[in-house]
Design a protein. Structure first.
Lengths: 386, 455
């Protein structure tokens, strides 16, 4: 204990390693809730803090992480036509997913620590969430060096340049994915990247995601999907190709329940994303030229395909980049749902609309809040006048 | 009569409520008045160390409104005139003689009514009772030169471990009624009396006349006068001034108009998990805390707070009861590190959020210490503030406008309606551990400076 004190003092203000203080602080506050006393304001404080909040999000991601890992292995063996046991699928999945996480946290952590040291600020726990999210929105085939670049781009340009956690406009994890989409489109779009294969793919296996199959359906769209093995329940449970964490709606729902029950994720946003998606899907259905068109896809299929559910629960709810007012959250979420389905229906070149819809609405969130704030001011003004 | 049910807010599940039992505390050997308890006044001391004072002897006056004075609640000798930075007055401490001789003060006017308004105000100012009256906007000590639109009387308290209002008012109903009559003479508008609970519940004030009774129900801060004003008749501008006073203040005012001599005898709750004997006591405003509030032996270091855990002042064991305070809270100081605190299931942790197991035990009360419970971080719009402020105000946007120093925006977002105490619960729950009351105070300081300059 005494040695700890001596070493610690070397890192404190005036100590030899003063510049490295954020590292010591991060380690200390990670392991211990220190007896720092309130001073000046309220004498007692809620036991809840940002660390706790971030950890709940990470916890809510665990089901998706676990299922996604299993699914990577499952798809690997399925594409090779091999019937593998659950354990084998999981091990194969770990073989792929663990390096992705290792690279994400090493690279992202490096930038976080670097910026904290340069600024002399405490290291922020915000990256736990970003770091947990990024691999889950990647295809399992993503080259590690591209991942490293994407993480760097997301953390540095998406967050740190704005001033760090709490100041960013865009969701940093989505910025990472958008970077790959524009810089290395081949790695993150098309039909070939969503399953890790051993080289040979058996004929019975469909490499494309349900979203891709929906672009140009041969015949009625739902029949076409289920002919390829993607009926509603399969997509609901998640044994399909796709980004690692997005496939299982069941796993996502478990996370959603945790987020909403603890109040960490805004139910207003989640509900209105689904409401917006459903509304737009109904409009598309009404104008669908034929049942063999992607516009004819019913709303509940949109919900279980691609990143819709994952985006609604884990991406749109990021409190930093979402609208901040309660009224604004309804509008923000609803428009995300609308835009996602709109992009899916009308832009076959890139069928996954979720990422762009959320980034787009991130941009408009301050505007939505601005309107809500003006309305509040207007009520006050009218009250004073009348 | 009206009934308001406020849904937003939260009652902190803190242990250590005072027993509903009233006893007389030993007369304090010392009393102290702190300048910080009189927000809005710029004090100019009128006494020096060693001077003899009586009950009602002016200790300091306001530099801006010379009639506004703070007087001694006890007779005795000035022990210390404590000054702080730039020699600003911090406190005046008096060694009491226990005799409670009254200073030579003019008798209060016999006939109470609007024509006597000026002489009532003069009498309230001279006795030092006037500072019990506060005002919105700004939450300052009221300005005696202003004609208030309405006067709000708060006979309820929803703050953590609040004293029992029944014990404060019981046996003083006559004084309370007299105080209401006095206040009614000071405004051309109404006296709004805000009480707790549903219309038929609060019996102890049911017979009060000369005031409009409003019933407020809901978790804290439903008892804050800021909520009452906002819902009954909101403040609409810098010149739309509303006065307010606590039930205790009304009783003291009424007593003076009945007996003719000022008295500062108040009822105070002693509460908190680190307090040895939790009960209500009769003592005087400014009394030394040591005369009636003792920390329990096994608690380790204890924080003695005059007021509640959200808005009170850390007075120290040798400190004094705040001028308008009716509660003293003793809580343990934080002293233990908790291993992996952010990961704990939290069976015994209090939180507004639903992220701890303790959530499923709504009736349990927790001994909460002074731990900050986390590190200071940037604002994150978690939406928690919105759930804790039952007003049509957008808390985080108001806070941001204050941080930006944008006076026009602050006013449009409602700073004139609030006081730091209204945001205390937001500060308690803030996961970024921001000093929200400090920010609101800075905003109000700025607005106040601006309006006084243009006067």
């Amino acid at each position: 204990m005494k040695a700890h004190g001596t070493i610690r003092s070397a890192f404190e203000k005036g100590g030899r390693f003063e510049r490295l203080w954020p590292l010591v602080d991060a380690a200390e506050t990670f392991f211990f809730r220190l007896p720092v006393r309130t001073a000046g304001g309220t004498h007692v404080r809620d036991a809840y803090d940002l660390k706790r909040m971030m950890m709940i999000v990470v916890l809510a991601l665990f089901p998706s992480m676990a299922f996604g890992t299993y699914n990577v292995g499952y798809q690997f063996y399925a594409s090779a036509g091999i019937t593998a046991g659950h354990l084998e699928c999981l091990l194969k999945g770990l073989w792929v997913v663990v390096p992705l996480y290792a690279v994400t946290f090493a690279v992202g952590g490096f930038w976080e620590v670097l910026f904290a040291l340069v600024r002399g600020e405490e290291i922020n726990e915000g990256f736990f969430v970003t770091g947990a999210l990024i691999p889950l929105i990647m295809p399992p085939t993503i080259p590690l060096w591209q991942l490293a670049l994407a993480v760097s781009f997301g953390v540095v340009l998406g967050k740190e340049l704005f001033g760090g956690t709490g100041m960013n406009i865009f969701n940093p994890a989505l910025v990472s994915r958008a970077f790959l989409f524009f810089a290395y489109p081949k790695s993150i779009s098309g039909a070939g990247v969503w399953t890790l294969t051993g080289g040979t793919v058996v004929d019975a296996y469909t490499m494309a995601t349900p979203l891709h199959l929906g672009i140009e359906p041969k015949g009625e769209i739902i029949a076409h999907l289920s002919a390829s093995g993607f009926d509603f329940w399969r997509m609901f449970t998640g044994l399909e190709p796709g980004s690692i964490g997005e496939t299982s709606v069941i796993a996502i729902l478990i996370g959603a329940i945790l987020l909403v029950a603890t109040g960490v994720g805004s139910w207003r946003i989640i509900v209105s994303v689904f409401a917006g998606g459903a509304a737009m899907a109904l409009v598309c259905n009404a104008f669908a030229p034929s049942p063999a068109n992607v516009m004819a896809l019913p709303a509940h299929y949109h919900f279980v395909m691609g990143g819709f559910a994952f985006g609604a629960v884990f991406m749109a709810t990021d409190p930093v980049s979402a609208a901040g007012t309660n009224a604004g959250k309804y509008v923000y979420g609803f428009l995300i749902g609308v835009l996602t389905v709109l992009v899916r229906a009308l832009n076959p070149a890139y069928p996954e609309g979720m990422m762009l819809a959320i980034l787009f609405m991130n941009l408009f969130a301050p505007l939505i809040d601005f309107v809500v704030v003006r309305l509040n001011m207007r009520r006050r003004r009218l009250r004073a006048a009348g | 009569m009206a009934y308001y049910r406020l849904k937003k807010g939260y009652d902190i599940r803190i242990a250590g409520e005072a027993e509903k039992h009233l006893e007389r505390a030993p007369f304090p050997e010392a009393v102290g008045l702190c300048a910080a308890d009189f927000y809005g006044m710029t004090p100019k001391p009128l006494v020096e160390g060693g001077e003899r004072v009586k009950v009602g002897t002016p200790l300091w006056r306001d530099r801006r409104r010379e009639s506004l004075v703070v007087t001694s609640p006890a007779s005795g000798t000035v022990a210390e005139v404590r000054r702080g930075e730039r020699r600003a007055l911090e406190a005046v401490i008096i060694r009491t003689d226990g005799k409670q001789h009254s200073a030579n003060l003019p008798a209060p006017p016999k006939r109470i009514g609007p024509p006597a308004r000026d002489s009532i105000i003069a009498a309230l100012c001279a006795t030092g009772l006037f500072p019990f009256i506060r005002q919105r906007p700004f939450g300052t000590v009221a300005d005696p030169l202003v004609q208030p639109r309405d006067i709000f009387v708060t006979a309820m308290d929803t703050s953590p471990l609040a004293p029992d209002q029944g014990l404060i008012v019981r046996d003083h109903e006559r004084e309370f009624q007299r105080g209401i009559d006095v206040l009614a003479a000071l405004t051309t508008g109404k006296v709004h009396l805000c009480v707790d609970g549903k219309p038929k519940e609060s019996s102890f004030l049911a017979d009060i006349t000369n005031a409009e009774i409003h019933h407020f129900e809901g978790p804290h801060p439903a008892g804050n006068v800021g909520m009452h004003i906002h819902h009954v008749a909101p403040v609409n501008g810098v010149n739309d001034v509303v006065w307010h006073c606590t039930a205790q203040g009304v009783i003291l005012i009424g007593r003076y108009f009945i007996t003719g001599a000022p008295s500062f005898e108040v009822t105070v709750a002693v509460a908190g998990s680190a307090a040895a004997r939790r009960r209500h006591v009769r003592t005087i405003a400014g009394a030394a805390l040591s005369s009636f509030a003792e920390p329990s032996g096994e608690a380790g270091p204890v924080r003695c707070i005059s007021g509640n855990v959200l808005t009170g002042r850390n007075a120290g064991a040798d400190g004094f009861l705040g001028f308008t305070d009716t509660l003293v809270t003793l809580i343990p100081e934080a002293r233990k590190s908790v291993f992996l605190g952010w990961l704990a299931p939290g069976f015994s942790l209090e939180s507004v959020s639903a992220s701890f197991v303790s959530r499923i035990m709504p009736r349990r009360r927790f001994s909460i210490d002074s731990n900050r419970n986390g590190s200071v971080r940037a604002f994150v719009a978690t939406g928690i503030y919105d759930r804790l402020l039952p007003m049509d105000i957008l808390p985080s946007f108001l806070l941001k406008s204050i941080l930006a120093g944008d006076i026009e925006e602050m006013e449009k977002l409602g700073i004139l309606e609030v006081a730091p105490e209204d945001f205390a619960l937001c500060e308690y729950a803030c996961p970024s551990k921001t000093d929200i009351q400090r920010i609101i105070r800075d905003g109000i300081d700025l607005m106040l400076k601006e309006t006084r300059e243009t006067e």
